[in-house]
Design a binder for this molecule. Structure first.
Ligand SMILES: [Zn+2]
Length: 431
């Protein structure tokens, strides 16, 4: 089956059009899939477009750079939808005008990378001074107001559905072993699948992962953790720092300006879960493998692997204390988009994300921590563009999240293709 050289995309198109596959109805047998399955080293969309923000922009204005990309009318619209009074809307609007006049940005480079076409934005005037302390606080106030308007927009709901942390983790686990060569005893499959959402609820208090291995003020570290948790559901699903992983994070807030080379504990915690599986048997072994799979599944979501500071949104107050205003609506909007296209495609790419998991093939290196890092390396590069797109287009309209045609759909397919490969790799190795 590995030497099937058919064109991957045309096969996927055929699959997408096939009603048999749409709901994993069980009509197709594993052997049917083996003969149809196409091995291709590359991503399904190797030319997908995504945006990146240059270091010059981040150094000049910090993590609220998205105020420079958003349509000016949309900024005003969101300020009006916020809880500001009309005088403040005018004042804040003027601040935005000044900010955008001073720090104009432009697309200045398109480069081909291993994950697609990278469109990088830089300052038009590279000599401009970065924001001063007071200006930084004023811009953060504007950003928080715009986020407030974003939150109120649309149906205004602030409840995070349990879809992502529950159903999606189960689908991701199930699809990785269904119709493929993973030989998990059938009586343990449900244990694995049903355990895979659980790390969002129990966390891992014994893991002791140092998720922010740099010296920053303790008060800020605590706020960063609070912000990450705030991206999850208040009631049940937690997003502790161990469910994120990103490299090269610029944290610029108040007096703190630091490049965090490695942030978040997903790889280490996933390893710990595999260690547990190795010392267990039967259904409790399958359960621990489901927990380990959880971290790979989280890494398949770009917003767990990049644009971290933007989402946590730390700021410094006039008295020098720190605050955060986590972007939960934005995080949730993208995860909902994934959930809505997981089993049935409804966008410009005519097959579901689940299909990526069915047809990607496993790798030769079964190390789950490395798998988390590799997957985060890929998906994290798309995070900036996704965050930017959701802010500009609004949480309810994924077709508007895109600068270049079908990019948000294509990059998400790339992530799930790699996720399928990674999840299957470690399950195949284990069983
Ligand atoms: Zn998680």
């Amino acid at each position: 089956m590995e030497d099937n050289n058919s064109n991957r995309r045309s096969v996927l198109k055929a699959v997408g059009a096939s009603a048999t596959f749409a709901g994993l109805s069980g009509v197709v047998t594993a052997s049917d899939v083996d003969t149809e399955r196409v091995r291709d080293e590359g991503l399904p969309f190797p030319d997908a477009s995504y945006i990146a923000i240059g270091d010059d922009v981040r150094e000049a204005v910090g993590h609220n750079w998205w105020l420079l990309r958003m349509g000016r009318d949309r900024v005003d619209d969101l300020l009006r939808k916020s809880s500001l009074g009309s005088d403040e809307v005018t004042t804040y609007g003027d601040r935005v005008t000044t900010l955008r006049d001073t720090y104009a940005i432009e697309e200045s480079a398109v480069t081909s990378t291993d994950v697609g076409q990278k469109h990088t934005y830089h300052l038009t005037d590279s000599d401009v001074d970065p924001l001063g302390r007071e200006e930084e606080i004023e811009v953060a106030e504007v950003a928080n107001a715009v986020i407030d308007g974003f939150r109120a927009e649309g149906d205004g709901r602030d409840d995070v559905s349990s879809n992502w942390f529950g159903d999606e983790h189960k689908i991701l686990s199930k699809t990785a072993y269904d119709y493929n060569s993973v030989d998990i005893p059938s009586y343990y499959q449900d244990d694995l699948k049903n355990a895979s959402p659980e790390p969002d609820q129990f966390g891992c208090k014994s893991c002791q992962v140092d998720w922010i291995p740099v010296d920053i003020p303790y008060a800020l570290e605590q706020k960063m953790e609070e912000g990450l948790r705030g991206l999850g559901d208040d009631s049940e699903a937690k997003h502790p720092p161990f469910h994120f992983y990103a490299t090269d994070i610029d944290l610029n807030v108040g007096p703190v300006s630091i490049d965090i080379l490695e942030f978040g504990g997903a790889p280490s915690e996933a390893s710990e879960m595999v260690d547990r599986a190795n010392s267990r048997y039967g259904s409790s072994e399958a359960e621990a493998l489901g927990w380990a799979a959880h971290y790979l599944q989280d890494m398949s979501v770009p917003l767990h692997a990049g644009a971290i500071v933007e989402q946590v949104n730390p700021y410094v107050n006039w008295d020098g204390s720190y605050g955060v205003n986590p972007r939960r609506d934005l995080h949730k909007a993208y995860e909902e988009f994934i959930g809505n296209n997981m089993e049935n495609a409804s966008g410009p790419v005519d097959y579901s994300f689940e299909t990526d998991l069915l047809y990607s093939q496993s790798l030769s290196t079964p190390n789950v921590a490395e798998g988390c890092r590799d997957l985060a390396d890929l998906s994290g590069q798309y995070a900036t563009g996704i965050l930017d797109g959701v802010m500009r287009g609004g949480k309810n309209d994924p077709s508007s999240w895109t600068d270049y045609g079908t990019d948000v759909f294509e990059v998400t397919h790339n992530c799930f293709d790699e996720a399928g490969r990674q999840i299957r790799t470690y399950l195949e190795h284990h069983y």
